[in-house]
Design a protein around this ligand. Structure first.
Ligand code: PMP
Length: 286
């Protein structure tokens, strides 16, 4: 069975889906995206992702092609049509296709391009990596200065994943002025004593939807949270470390640059937060 995707108002098999060669997402990376996870056939943190999408679009003066209600309907329809129990829904919106290639933005009436597709990931919440933890390397953060906007400019994160792979690791933590910004596709945390430390929100990092939920649950569980930049040295000397994202939830990090973090095994804070996050977010899934 081929995958059914959504392109500009139409549901169709992925091999029949097309967009223009003049699409600005293709020519200029002029587009934004969102990733929402699906557990037990329901969308996790949908409102958070929809709200961030609207913010990304508005920061780039882009039109929102659908209402949030319609967006929810499209998400549900794709989950149903592709029979997704556990998986991911990707949404991409670009500034559309102008008549020709031009750096200047096209007429604001140019219809945006909207594409949604699913990925089937059976057992998404039972990933074996959550039991073993992942290994990261540190690399220089060479991205642009508006990382709070979730744009489709993912070349550097993609290169970071390749650098990690070449080094025998799973992912990379990006570093600017000696301090960790975030992972290539996740927010980064360390735990020292009884304190969870993660970089404060700014233009330097993506405002993770999972991050917001996890910090709220941590505070509700009386855990101590410090939102501040931390250095690579602090990370290496931490008791434990982890990352959060819509696709990995809370994932322990057990090694950095070939050195173990803490005991070199997943720590209790990450394990507890993963448990709470999965439990609570399943309750509010729609
Ligand atoms: N930072 C970056 C750079 C990311 O790409 C992602 C994943 N989209 C995140 C953080 C985590 O964000 P979220 O929890 O909303 O998936």
């Amino acid at each position: 069975m081929s995958r059914i995707v959504y392109v500009n108002g139409t549901y169709l098999p992925d091999e029949q889906a097309t967009i223009s060669i003049f699409d600005r997402g293709f020519l200029f990376a002029d587009g934004v995206y969102e990733v929402t996870s699906v557990l037990d056939g329901k969308l996790i943190d949908f409102d958070g992702h929809a709200t961030r999408l609207q913010r990304s679009l508005s920061e780039l003066d882009m039109n929102t092609p659908v209402t949030m209600e319609t967006l929810l309907e499209i998400n549900r329809e794709l989950v149903a049509r592709n029979d997704i129990t556990d998986g991911l829904v990707y949404l991409q919106i670009t500034r559309g296709a102008a008549a020709d290639r031009d750096f200047a933005f096209p007429d604001p009436d140019t219809p945006p391009t909207i594409v949604l597709f699913t990925q089937n990931k059976p057992g998404l919440a039972d990933s074996p990596a959550a039991k073993t933890g992942i290994k990261v390397i540190s690399i220089e953060d060479q991205r642009w200065g508006r990382r709070d906007i979730k744009t489709v400019q993912l070349l550097y994160p993609s290169m970071g994943k390749m650098m990690a792979k070449a080094a025998g690791a799973d992912d990379a933590w990006m570093v600017e002025d000696g301090a960790v910004t975030e992972g290539t596709s996740n927010n980064a945390y360390i735990v020292k004593g009884n304190t969870i430390i993660t970089r404060q929100l700014s233009h330097d990092i993506l405002h993770g939807i999972t991050r917001a939920a996890v910090l709220r649950f941590a505070r509700e569980a009386q855990m101590k949270v410090e939102e501040r930049a931390f250095t690579v040295e602090e990370a290496k000397a931490a008791d434990e470390a982890f990352v959060t994202s819509a696709s990995s939830f809370v994932m322990p990090v057990v090694e950095m640059d070939d050195a173990p973090i803490g005991t070199g095994t997943p720590g209790p804070v990450a394990a507890r937060l993963r448990e709470i996050y999965l439990e609570e977010s399943r309750k509010t899934a729609i």
